[in-house]
Design a protein around this ligand. Structure first.
Ligand SMILES: Nc1nc2c(ncn2[C@@H]2O[C@H](COP(=O)(O)OP(=O)(O)OP(=O)(O)O)[C@@H](O)[C@H]2O)c(=O)[nH]1
Ligand SMILES: [Mg+2]
Length: 299
């Protein structure tokens, strides 16, 4: 008899509600980058949690939103395909930002008609009186009353124990699908590129984060001759003026991005890192399906 529960859980919701932060907290490792700006996630990120009860295999997805831009549409398509392929849907809603448009997410979640759990996230930011308002929020999402709603904080971990238990309950009895020590399926080069992109999202503004793509061209493990990881990455922008903005005065912006990314890379790789960043103009890459795919974004 199989006594473990195992299956795929799609983490979906509007942009910036905390999906990636939640994934990292659930599995206890940083496998997905996070930032205060929307549309941070551009790939379907796999994160695996193995416990005596079984295995929760999460797919973190880009935020569901409407946009005219090809890149954004591809991101939403990616989230849709994760929704259709998952066994269970974890819909994340923001407890604090009342203006967030949850309609698209709600419509999609309803259309796929899968076992569903709702996490009203960021409750650490909600004071006691406002907590009562969350019930109203849950109601306003017009959910079937049988759907479990959890108040969570991806920051503190509040509510995640009960949320996980409910996920196991909804998943089929199944043997583990991944070796127990698996955390993600992302190649180390992709993780490295994402850590650079994370700092771009955090340190630049206006259109820059949305016009950049990061591609790791070289990744060399330490050796006797070179006792550190050597990573060289190209940061693609769409226009020459964006290149100027990204590099900054006297190269200061790019330098800060590189320094911060290097620290996180050293943590990830547990060793010294030399990071070389180059900025290249790849005209209108966000409008080219070929370029979007080449950078590994979208579906
Ligand atoms: N206080 C608080 N902040 C949170 C929580 N969860 C996420 N955040 C913050 O919310 C912002 C967005 O978090 P992300 O995890 O990047 O959000 P996301 O839903 O993955 O966003 P996209 O990938 O852009 O759709 C970040 O600044 C996080 O630090 C939480 O539970 N509490
Ligand atoms: Mg994300």
């Amino acid at each position: 008899m199989i006594n473990t529960h195992c299956g795929f859980v799609a983490i979906v919701g509007a942009p910036s509600v905390g999906k990636s932060t939640l994934l990292n907290k659930l599995i206890g490792e940083k496998v997905a980058i996070t930032a205060a700006k929307p549309q941070t996630t551009r790939r379907r990120i796999l994160g695996v949690l193995t416990e005596p009860k079984g295995q929760l295999i999460f797919w973190d997805t880009p935020g569901l939103h409407l946009s005219e831009r090809l890149l954004n549409q591809e991101l939403v398509n990616l989230a849709k395909s994760a929704l259709t392929e998952a066994d269970v849907v974890l819909w994340v809603v923001d407890a604090i930002r009342r203006g967030v448009d949850h309609h698209l997410a709600r419509d999609m979640v309803r259309t796929v008609n899968k076992p569903l759990i709702v996490a009203i996230n960021k409750v650490d930011k909600v004071d006691k009186e406002a907590k009562a308002g969350l019930e109203y929020l849950a109601k306003s999402l017009k959910l079937d009353p049988t759907v479990s709603v959890f108040l969570t904080s991806a920051k503190t971990g509040l509510g995640l124990y009960n949320l996980k238990n409910e996920l196991y309950n909804l998943l089929p009895s199944h043997d583990l699908l991944y070796p127990p020590d698996t955390l993600t399926d992302q190649p180390i080069r992709s993780l490295a590129a994402e850590l650079v992109r994370e700092e771009i999202f955090r340190m630049t503004s206006q259109e820059i984060p949305y016009s950049t793509a990061v591609n790791v061209e070289e990744f060399k493990e330490p050796s006797k001759e070179q006792p550190y990881f050597y990573i060289s990455a190209i940061v693609h922008v769409e226009k020459p003026n964006q290149k100027k903005m990204l590099i900054g005065q006297n190269g200061q912006t790019l330098k800060s991005i590189g320094q911060a990314a290097r620290k996180n890379l050293e943590r990830l790789l547990d060793g010294r890192v030399f990071l070389n960043l180059f900025v290249r103009v790849t005209k209108n890459w966000t409008k080219s399906l070929k370029d979007i795919k080449e950078f590994g974004y979208g579906e």
